[in-house]
Design a protein around this ligand. Structure first.
Ligand code: PLP
Length: 384
């Protein structure tokens, strides 16, 4: 019988170390490996190409996503970049519009210059992807839930359309994690992660990963991984593995707290609107419930009173940390227009609904009473 998620998270890729029985994979802090004769080695020649601690992380992540192959990178952006480097000049990519700001910047400012062509479509409209496809389209890029507007893309609808046209679909699964959503089982060819977020889970490491069950895509991306070399060091791989062991229990608590906070915000008079896929009023609530185990722990909301009210709310919080990033055990809060999404031109930001009153929170696993009290005090300041 195949093992369950919680068991894989702790054991996949990490058998007992054979020499000492250590229950954790050692941090193989080495750049090179001795050979017994020229070209005679034990599968390890140089750590850009292969390192045992990275091997363990790659096998573990592949198991969690139900993929045959895993590749670890020095950051989520490096993972995204490695996939884009598999394309060639003149190729066309259809991408959801509400993607991570750094992903948009990489596509628009770097790969466009290298001769790739992009069409950005409204993330939650499944028909828009089919309309944007042309004969040069070599990839469809999805992120769901999206950031910061938490739209839900119907993964099966898009992969079904793409399969009929023989176009691979990539899903950035960072917000959901493989515990809540498994895109490969829904027809995606590639999954990308910023392991910096929930997988690492403790805000102490930056990393990324690409997972696939497609042997040809594995060959292509791993060629770039070695050729371009944006690999994580062994210490970072170890930290990520340590974080992953508790992913399931952390996510359960993240979601429990997020549900409570979404309800609390929705009933607060200082809040204009709450965006959370777990709320019945969310436009893609039904799709979220179908393709996710639970609606995640990211919440966005609009505070009444615009930028000034947002500033009053964000200054003086005691439990929430005002910071970019997400997915750690500690609760974070941020202002997308000024912070995470400042790299998107203002008109485009506003057109997408990222206004001055929008606030995004990453709900941590502190006690719910402390989180609620902190937000309550902040909303009182905002309304004052
Ligand atoms: C953070 C993030 C990335 C980029 O990852 P880094 O590790 O910061 O390079 C990509 N996608 C999403 C959804 C993210 O949240």
């Amino acid at each position: 019988m195949s093992q369950k998620f919680e068991t894989l998270a702790i054991h996949a890729g990490c058998p007992q170390e054979p020499v000492t029985g250590a229950v954790n994979i050692p941090i193989f802090q080495t750049s090179t490996y001795g050979q017994s004769g020229p070209g005679e080695h034990r599968g390890f020649e140089y750590s850009r190409t292969r390192n045992p601690t990275r091997d363990a992380l790659e096998a573990n992540l592949a198991a969690l996503e139900g993929a045959r192959h895993g590749m670890a990178f020095g950051s989520g952006c490096a993972a995204t970049d490695a996939i884009m480097h598999c394309l060639s000049q003149g190729d066309h990519v259809v991408s959801a519009d509400d993607v991570y700001g750094g992903t948009f910047r990489l596509f628009d400012k770097v790969h466009r210059r290298h001769g790739l062509d992009f069409t950005f479509v409204p993330a939650a409209d499944p028909d828009a992807y089919a309309r944007a496809v042309n004969e040069r389209t070599k990839l469809i890029w999805l992120e769901t839930p999206t950031n910061p507007l938490l739209s839900i893309v119907d993964i099966e609808a898009v992969t079904k359309m793409a399969k009929a046209r023989n176009i691979p679909v990539v899903v950035d699964n960072t917000f959901a994690t493989p515990y809540l959503q498994q895109p490969i089982s829904m027809g995606a060819t590639l999954v990308v992660h910023s392991v910096t977020k929930y997988l690492g889970g403790h805000s102490d490491v930056v990393g990324g990963a690409v997972l696939t069950s497609d042997d040809e895509w594995f060959q292509r991306v791993s060629f770039v991984q070695n050729a371009a070399g944006a690999v994580p060091g062994p210490m970072d791989c170890f930290l990520t593995l340590r974080g992953i062991k508790t992913l399931a229990v952390r996510m359960d608590r993240h979601v429990e707290n997020a549900r409570a906070i979404a309800g609390f915000l929705a009933s607060n008079a200082a809040v204009e609107s709450v965006i959370y896929p777990g709320l019945e009023g969310h436009p893609q609530h039904a799709i979220a419930m179908r393709q996710m185990r639970a609606p995640g722990a990211m919440i966005s909301f609009v505070v009444r009173g615009g930028l000034e009210a947002a500033r009053r709310l964000l200054r003086g919080l005691e439990v929430f940390t005002l910071a970019e990033s997400l997915g750690g055990v500690e609760s974070l809060i941020e202002h997308p227009a000024i912070m995470t999404h400042a790299s998107i031109p203002k008109e485009m930001r506003l057109a997408r609904g990222i206004g001055d009153g929008l606030i995004r929170i990453s709900v941590g696993i502190e006690h719910i009473d402390d989180l609620r009290a902190d937000l309550e005090a902040g909303l009182l300041r905002a309304a004052s």
